[in-house]
Design a protein around this ligand. Structure first.
Ligand code: GLV
Ligand code: MG
Length: 349
């Protein structure tokens, strides 16, 4: 086991010290951009004003013969745009791929100063994080990068799910974890060809009526991802990092996308991936707390200024624990209000 004292030491001489606290940033949506597509790249300056994070995707969905073009396109995009408070991330290729080493070396050399987070796919265990951690420290030292580049893992293999607690706690460089339902379904041999969301055959059937066995029975579709999201949220919360829902592949079904995002939000996730522009307003809506919920949370905090004791509000019991729940909602609302004055006005903040 690594000694606690050494946990926050830079892994290379000249690399910046690891962060003790994650930056307080709003990351309701991680918007995926294919950087080899010049037309999409040209729209990035406009996109920066609409989303919380822009991610240049180098991994799956980029054809093998476009991998170098995607990497070069990402570097060009990072150099030419001003990102302000919008995050700049990339999803590199997997550790066992022929592209990963050049992805990381070329990107850190060219735009390491501007890059906030590297998303690492197909993470199986803490060893994957430690390898990237060490390599990033060496490159940060070599190119005099001042601020540590953070790591975000995708949870998309059965082995990764088994090891999710260790992955979350592997390094102070860890930013968060996203659920990758497509690769995870394949890794587990789940029988779904969808990218996220439910499945009509995964359901609970109500009992048959005893005297009328042939009458139609109610059926309730269940959430295929509940167990994994909850496990990921616990691992992230325990390690002080952020959990995210990943992709939702049916761009035409905005209601199902919204339901999937909302389930993840309610369970503790802070954001989701947006693969299509139509999903951006959905993520914005879902991952910003409801004004009614914020108003009630404010009432709880005002009624218990020091966060202790017990009061009744609108017939509901409040105590130290509900005060903490209220604080989660109000802190998030403040973060949203700082970025979005219209929402700030709706929250009365
Ligand atoms: C994302 O990468 C997924 O596999 O769902
Ligand atoms: Mg994947």
């Amino acid at each position: 086991m690594k000694l606690p004292r050494n946990f926050f030491k830079p892994l290379a001489i000249g690399a910046p010290a690891p962060l003790r606290e994650l930056p307080l940033t709003l990351e309701r949506m991680i918007h995926f951009v294919p950087p080899h597509n010049e037309k999409v790249r040209a729209r990035v300056p406009e996109l920066i004003r609409q989303v919380d994070v822009v991610l240049g995707n180098l991994e799956d969905a980029v054809p093998a013969d476009a991998k170098e073009a995607a990497r070069e396109g990402f570097i060009a995009m990072a150099r030419s745009c001003e990102f302000g408070s919008t995050g700049l991330w990339t999803r590199i290729n997997a550790l066992n791929s022929p592209w990963m080493l050049d992805d990381i070396c070329e990107i850190v050399a060219a735009i390491g100063q501007k890059l906030d987070v590297i998303m690492l796919p197909k993470v199986e265990g803490a060893w994957d994080i430690r390898y990237l951690d060490q390599l990033l420290a060496q490159l940060e030292a070599k190119y005099a990068v001042k601020k540590p580049i953070l790591i975000h893992a995708i949870l998309e293999t059965a082995e990764g799910v088994n090891n999710v607690g260790a992955i979350a706690a592997a390094s102070p460089r860890m930013h968060g974890i996203s659920l990758g339902p497509a690769d995870l379904a394949a890794s587990r041999a789940m029988k779904t060809t969808r990218v996220g969301g439910g499945h009509p055959d995964y359901k609970v059937l109500a009992d048959a009526a005893p005297n009328a066995p042939d009458t139609p029975r109610l059926a309730f579709q269940q959430d295929l991802w509940h167990y994994t999201i909850a496990k990921m949220v616990d691992a992230c919360a325990a390690a002080g990092i952020k959990p995210f829902y990943g992709p939702f592949g049916d761009f035409a079904d905005s209601a199902a996308c919204e339901a999937q995002f909302r389930n993840a939000f309610l369970l503790g996730c802070v954001g989701a991936w947006t693969l299509h522009p139509s999903q951006v307003p959905i993520a914005k809506r879902v991952f910003s707390p409801e004004p009614g919920e914020v108003a009630f949370a404010k009432k709880i905090i005002e009624a218990m200024p020091d966060g202790s004791g017990a009061v009744m509000i609108d017939g509901k019991m409040q105590d130290d624990a509900t005060w903490k729940q209220a604080k989660v909602v109000v802190d998030l609302a403040r973060l949203v209000a700082a970025k979005d004055p219209d929402m700030g006005a709706r929250y009365g903040l």
